[in-house]
Ligand binder design. Structure first.
Ligand SMILES: *Cc1c(COP(=O)(O)O)cnc(C)c1O
Length: 411
């Protein structure tokens, strides 16, 4: 089964980080892989596949329309391009060069994160409001003007951003759409419908992070007219007016003609990803989410229990808080001087073990380690717990998690 990886000499690892593109994102289920294989075996009109997939995403989220992207970052870039160019193919053809265009996207200064590069890659210019810890509603209103294409909002980011509801209300009062990055807002699954109910114009979700879709998948949902612009800028446009499936759009006066290959053409999504994302999303909305939470809590507790009594290590389970995080984690505060060991030393030690373990480094800067249990597979929590205990007790880390341990322990 691992013949290819063996031949390449690339070792699988235990993922205690959670959703991470750099670690391969997801391990799609057999059903998802079967859907991908089914799509892989045939040729089909991609615009029809997208239309059907989009209709189902709309039904599952309660939005007007949906669209499959090759990740949430791609979704952000496409969303920005749609808000800038609208239905104008001449403008689409010019992106990312926006001279003279409505190209400003307003964002909380406290919500500037590295993923906003995807928005800027459309050609958009970010206009910041507020400060890191405080923003007033009038600042959003004042930032919206003639050149405003959209307001961008990151869920789970920025301690004192205006509430999403208020951002939507202010933006809509000025006729401006809101783009939401919901990558870290699901779970809970209820947020999918909540964002549609709130009237968010375009919501970007990652397929590879929580939903169990292929790594290079995700989706957008929201306003049908904006997702039409997304389709025009993302789909292959090696087409002729005489036979174009979008001819009714020309006849109806919506677009002057097809654009050329657009800025989204580089964000190609294959039929396999569309099929896999849809199969994953169907399964995700039907999952027993309470059972997931219980399993994650138990895995986090396994780690905490294994570290009890180790001097210099204070481990606890942090529950899902619904604001920053919709899942439980284990956090281990280290007394680095007493241990004679830093958080990054422990990360390095576990990464060098067999099998390698990737730990969550989010708070290593303050001398703490995290185990995010959501992407651990059966038995792996005990392996992580034993490896952490060995590293913190400074026993031989390589003897702490052998293949034998993996077989007879269960989280
Ligand atoms: C991971 C992430 C993304 C990108 O998602 P992909 O599906 O990997 O493209 C965007 N925004 C945030 C906040 C993320 O955490």
């Amino acid at each position: 089964m691992t013949a290819l990886l063996d031949s390449l000499g690339v070792r699988p690892l235990i993922n205690a980080v959670g959703p991470a593109t750099r670690l391969g994102s997801s391990t799609p289920s057999a059903d998802v892989l079967a859907a991908m294989a089914e799509a892989a075996a045939v040729y089909l009109p991609m615009h029809e596949l997208q239309r059907a997939a989009g209709a189902e995403i709309a039904a599952l989220t309660g939005a007007e329309a949906g669209y499959v992207t090759n990740g949430a970052a791609a979704g952000l870039m496409l969303a920005a391009a749609a808000c800038i160019a609208g239905d104008d193919p001449a403008l689409m053809n010019r992106l990312p060069f926006t001279d003279g265009m409505r190209d400003e996207i307003v964002v909380h200064r406290g919500q500037r994160i590295a993923y906003d590069h995807a928005v800027r890659a459309s050609g958009a210019r970010l206009v910041e409001i507020g400060f890191h810890d405080l923003t007033f509603p009038y600042e959003l209103d004042a930032a919206i003007g003639e050149r405003t294409a959209a307001v961008l909002y990151f869920s789970n980011s920025g301690a004192n951003a205006l509430p999403l509801e208020q951002v939507v209300a202010i933006a809509h009062a000025r006729g401006v759409p809101v783009i939401l990055d919901a990558s870290l807002a699901i779970p809970p699954v209820e947020n999918l419908r909540r964002f549609a109910d709130l009237g968010v114009d375009l919501v970007a979700v990652s397929g590879g992070k929580w939903i169990g879709g292929p790594a290079a998948s995700g989706f957008l949902y929201g306003r049908a007219d904006l997702l039409r612009s997304v389709a025009l800028q993302q789909q292959d446009q090696d087409v002729r007016v005489e036979t174009w499936h979008g001819a009714p759009l020309i006849a109806g006066g919506t677009v002057a003609g097809p654009p050329h290959q657009g800025i989204g053409r580089a964000l190609k999504v294959g039929k396999e990803e569309i099929a896999g994302l849809l199969a994953a999303l169907r399964a995700y909305v039907a999952r027993d989410h309470a059972a997931d939470q219980a399993r994650w809590r138990a895995a986090a507790q396994t780690v905490v229990d294994a570290l009890a009594g180790i001097p210099g290590a204070d481990a606890r389970v942090l529950p899902a808080d619904g604001r920053e995080r919709g899942w439980p984690i284990a956090e281990i505060a280290l007394d680095e001087p007493a241990l004679g060991l830093g958080a990054y030393d422990v990360v390095r030690a576990l990464a060098a073990g067999a099998p390698p373990i990737a730990l969550d480094e989010a708070v290593a800067w303050r001398g703490a380690l995290r185990v995010t249990p959501t992407h651990l597979r059966d038995g792996e929590a005990a392996v992580v717990a034993a490896a952490l205990a060995a590293a913190l007790r400074r026993t031989d880390p390589t003897s702490a998690h052998t293949k034998a341990d993996r077989k007879d322990t269960d989280a």
